[in-house]
Design a protein around this ligand. Sequence first.
Ligand code: PEP
Ligand code: MN
Length: 263
Amino acid sequence: LASLDAHPLPSVIDVGGVPVGGGQLAMIAGPCAVEEPDRMLRIAKAVKAAGANIFRGGAYKPRTSPYSFQGLGEEGLKILRDVGDECGMPIVTEVTDPRNVETVAKYADLLQIGARNMQNFVLLTEAGQSSKPVLLKRGMSATIVDWLMSAEYVLAQGNPNVILCERGIKSFDPSTRNLFDVAAVPVVKGLSHLPVIVDPSHATGKPALIPPCALAGVAAGADGVHIEVHDQPEVAKSDGPQALLPDQYAEVAQQIAKLAALL
Ligand code: PEP
Ligand code: MN
């Protein structure tokens, strides 16, 4: 179902009124984790003014350490929904547990399945039974075919709305957090009709590397860019070191728009 044989034209997926895959870029931005409401509102207003069209934030965080901040849970979903409504932006948030799909789907416009859960087949199946579209990140050690097979799990349940996200894969080199596989974008485009976006934040882990990799992703044909933004990265509850400040986001968003206009 994910293949071009099944569906030769590119899919356009409606995310709370924003078409993804139709030519207009999905500009997903926001902090890694949902934090206090006033901070969320501040960040949302700033990224919207900069050109973002979908707001992000994790309420259920898949952390490497069980002692790290795990997210605000349903309270975080409510905060994200309220902020999205106030700013007129659809929201995307991660679901980590099949038991929470229904709860997350009640608040979110787009269900994120993270890299660590790309092959959680029970979660994929549950998301496939939801009426909400799914943002499926590439697993950190997944081949492109593995990733498309995971999309297939969602599609096979009757949910045709899957957006793929390249977020970097494991490599031997600690110079970047992960290795940004920009060629994955045209490879996926040659195999599948599903929209594919890039996440240079998790791919590189470094603010200075986010703009060049975001632009490379768009030049390679990505349907959108996912970037983490925080107004005080030094106190962020999660992924602070890779967050762009709102002004830095505004600058890269402007460069992306200029590049997209040339393509
Ligand atoms: C995230 O988007 O904050 C996240 C945890 O991403 P990934 O699953 O790509 O690591
Ligand atoms: Mn993050």
